[in-house]
Design a protein around this ligand. Structure first.
Ligand SMILES: *Cc1c(COP(=O)(O)O)cnc(C)c1O
Length: 232
């Protein structure tokens, strides 16, 4: 078994264990393998171990790999910062986008999603711990955006995503995730139910699962440490 395959199994085990510990239904947390900066060959190894969904953050690199792996029929999730001139490439090549934080991105992706493809699945990225520099929609603005979604039929809103500042302790890690879940619950009470909570990475996946994550985005624990030197 390759290193990637055995690490992938270890991550699956962590997820299963956390589901048990926090009384989540078995199989209720989906694993997105974050393959940014990793070569197509690494993705092939994860695919050989049964992984089908991959997350990418850099558009040019992602397009290269999507092209190389076209024959495998994988599901591609865009999780990086969305630059205005890159929305068409995203709309034409991805199945999901997790990192939407402006109405302008919503409009453009809706206009640019090809008719031959299913509606693009999206999550709204929420700025949950109001850190100044981070991207994301503030919780107070999210309701208006969701209510506008019927105007954008080429997009299918799935849920909320967050990327909190790193914290060392489990309790501190759980706090922003709990706030995202509470926001999801408030929206459901207001008649705006959403199924996906995209939260949790290598260092905080247990905290995210404890607070209700339905999808965790895991890179390092599967593929090893990233090397950004080749990244432009
Ligand atoms: C890189 C990245 C991840 C994966 O992080 P790891 O700590 O390597 O698991 C998850 N989500 C987003 C948005 C990322 O950019």
């Amino acid at each position: 078994m390759s290193a990637i395959q055995s690490r992938l199994n270890a991550v699956r085990q962590r997820i299963r264990q956390a589901e048990q510990t926090y009384r989540r239904e078995a199989g209720s947390v989906q694993l997105l393998a974050v393959s940014k900066t990793r070569p197509a060959e690494d993705i092939r190894q994860a695919v050989a171990a049964g992984q089908r969904c991959f997350g990418e953050s850099y558009i040019q690199e992602a397009l290269d790999k999507i092209g190389q792996l076209r024959d495998l029929g994988l599901e591609w999730h865009f999780i990086g910062r969305i630059q205005g001139n890159k929305t068409r490439a995203i709309a034409e090549n991805f199945d999901w986008v997790h990192s939407i934080d402006t109405l302008r991105q919503i409009r453009r992706l809706n206009d640019q999603r090809p008719a031959r493809l299913a509606p693009l699945k999206i999550c709204l990225q929420i700025k949950i711990d109001d850190e100044e520099s981070k991207s994301g929609i503030s919780p107070g603005e999210v309701r208006g955006l969701i209510e506008a979604m019927p105007e954008y039929p080429r997009l299918a809103l799935q849920g909320l995503m967050t990327l909190p500042a790193p914290a060392a302790q489990l309790d501190a890690q759980r706090l922003p995730f709990r706030r995202l879940r509470q926001l999801r619950d408030e929206l459901a009470t207001a008649g705006l139910p959403l199924t996906t909570l995209s939260m949790g990475m290598t260092d905080d996946l247990e905290a995210a699962i404890a607070e209700g994550a339905t999808l965790v985005r895991i890179g390092t624990a599967i593929f090893g440490p990233r090397d950004y030197s080749g990244q432009t």
